[in-house]
Structure formats: C-alpha cells, structure tokens
Design a protein around this ligand. Structure first.
Ligand SMILES: NC(=O)c1ccc[n+]([C@@H]2O[C@H](COP(=O)([O-])OP(=O)(O)OC[C@H]3O[C@@H](n4cnc5c(N)ncnc54)[C@H](O)[C@@H]3O)[C@@H](O)[C@H]2O)c1
Length: 281
C-alpha cells in the first residue's frame, strides 16, 4: 500500500507534484539538492493552496492538513521509508541516471521509481537500476495542480503490475492517465515540441513577432495559449533539452533545435522562471 511518496527535485514540476500528492492524502518527502529551491517550492505550494481556498475549492482545514503532510529534505538519504518515488530533476540524462542509481540503493526493493521526464528514455533509466520492471515514466503536465493529464510511459522492461499501480495512483490523484510507449518525446512532446520549435523559427526568420504568432495560434487554431507563451512557461532550457533528445533519438533533421532557441538559452533567457524569454515577466 502506498502512503508515503518521495518527490525528487523541487522545481517547477516537483513542487506541483508534491502538492497534488499531499492534497490527495499522501505523506510527501520532497528532496532538492539546493535549499533555496526548497524554500521557493514551499512558497509556491502555499500560494497555490491559498488560491484553491480563495476559490472555495479547498477548505482551510484541508489546506493545513496538506501542508502538514509535506516534509522537505536536501538529501535523498531520507527516502529509505517511502513507498513510491517521482523524480523531477533537470532534464539531463547523466544527472537522472545518477539519481536513479542512488534511489535504487536507498529505497526499499519493491518501490516503483518513476520519472517525470519529458523525453528521456525510461528504458535507459531502468537499466541504471536493479529493478527495471519497477521503473516507469509518470509525466505530469504544467501546472500540475490544474492539469489533469498524466502520460504514463512503459519502458522496455516495465512490468504490467507497475503500470497498473501507476494507473491507479493517477486516478487517486484525480488525474487521467494515458499510456505511451518509450520513444523519444513519448506522445505529448513528440507533437508539441516541433510546433514550438517551428514558432521559434518563425520569430527568427521575421515571419511574425511573438505576439503575432501567439495570436494566430490562439484565435486561428483555438489554442488556449500561443506556442511562445507556452515555451516561456515550460522553460526554454527544458524545451531545448527535449528537442535535443528528439533530434538525437529520432535522427530526423526536422527536430533540429532552432538556433534562436539555443542562443536564448545560452544568454540565460529561459522564459518565465528567469524573468525573460519571448516575453518579459
Ligand atoms: N517545465 C515543464 O513545463 C515540464 C513539464 C513536464 C515535465 N517536465 C520535466 O520535469 C523535470 C523537471 O523539470 P522542471 O521544469 O521542474 O525543472 P526545474 O529546473 O524547475 O527544477 C529542477 C530541480 O531539480 C533540482 N535538482 C537538480 N539535480 C538534482 C539532484 N541530483 N538531486 C536533487 N535535486 C536536484 C534543482 O535544484 C531544481 O530545483 C524535467 O525532467 C522536465 O523535462 C517539465
């Protein structure tokens, strides 16, 4: 039975994932290597829960209970007693492989180790552990407390039992799971990222301003948010990392990250989280 969940990485996604588990009654241990990231995560969670209370979707007592179920740590060593793990550190293969190796050594052998990766191979992460049957992708969408989809990725060695446990868990969180096979970008980013990349090429080539491109996609295609606003929201470094995985993994030049995206990331213009991207924040 899963009652205690470890979330590794307290950034954009990790804090949202920790919040939804805590709101659903799980005890949560949130780990991040950087203490400041934990402080930011706590503030973000408090703000998000306050909004739910303001809108009458959550009682003040339930908010306090959710906050009471959340504990934060700077070391993975605290995850020895958890029943399930979601990893949400930066989208970098070496860093994730290292974390999976450590989680494999620290956690109980029956524990499922899931990754919120947007594009990195679940099979490769599973192979870094001695329990590849218990490694799967649990790809939440941003912002996690509001978005209902979770893409569940079955690695080459993931067992049907592990997939069933993750499916049931998603439903307990009030989310809708959709299964995807372990190919670069899975379903969501295989389709979304080429569109965002094309929008960035359109900016680079002067086809339209970011405002013009976003307006065309919002009013013309009925997208709730334009692709450049969305890219800023996701993080331009995250978009670049995903495009690199698509490009390398699928080998097709159509996934080549736009040079303007590379340049913006190199300049530290990462979108919302850095205050500057295609728009200023
Ligand atoms: N941003 C999005 O919209 C989005 C959506 C879906 C999935 N994802 C995926 O979620 C994951 C996290 O993305 P994010 O946007 O939250 O990143 P982020 O940069 O906001 O946060 C990553 C956090 O991980 C921490 N970290 C890095 N290495 C660590 C380690 N070894 N141990 C513990 N903590 C460590 C960092 O300090 C940071 O706080 C990535 O795999 C990304 O592809 C992101």
């Amino acid at each position: 039975m899963i009652t205690r969940v470890g979330v590794v990485g307290a950034g954009t996604m990790g804090n949202g994932i920790a919040q939804v588990f805590a709101q659903s009654g799980f005890d949560v241990k949130l780990c991040d290597a950087i203490p400041a990231a934990i402080d930011r995560a706590k503030a973000t969670i408090e703000k998000s829960l306050a909004k739910f209370v303001e809108k009458g979707k959550l009682s003040a007592a339930d908010r306090d209970a959710a906050l009471g179920r959340l504990k934060a740590f700077t070391s993975l060593d605290n995850l020895g007693d958890v029943d399930y793990v979601v990893e949400a550190i930066a989208e970098a293969l070496d860093a994730k492989t290292d974390v999976f190796k450590r989680l494999d050594a620290i956690t109980k052998p029956e524990v499922i180790l899931s990754s919120n990766t947007s594009s990195i191979s679940i099979t490769v992460l599973g192979a870094a552990t001695k329990r590849p049957d218990k490694v799967l992708g649990m790809h939440f969408m941003n912002p996690v407390p509001l978005m209902t989809l979770v893409e569940l990725i079955r690695g080459q060695a993931t067992s049907p039992e592990s997939m069933q446990t993750a499916t049931d868990l998603c439903k307990t969180l009030g989310k809708t799971p959709v299964e995807a096979a372990d190919y670069p970008g899975f379903i969501a980013n295989r389709i979304l990222m080429p569109m965002i990349n094309e929008a960035i090429y359109a900016v680079m080539e002067g086809v339209g301003t970011p405002e013009a491109i976003d307006t065309v996609m919002k009013l013309g295609m009925n997208h709730p948010m334009g692709p450049l606003t969305l890219a800023d929201f996701i993080g331009l470094d995250v978009c670049l990392a995903i495009l690199n995985v698509l490009h390398e993994g699928l080998g097709d030049p159509k996934y080549r990250p736009c040079p303007l995206l590379r340049r913006m990331v190199a300049a530290g213009h990462l979108g919302r989280k850095s205050g500057r991207g295609f728009y200023s924040y």
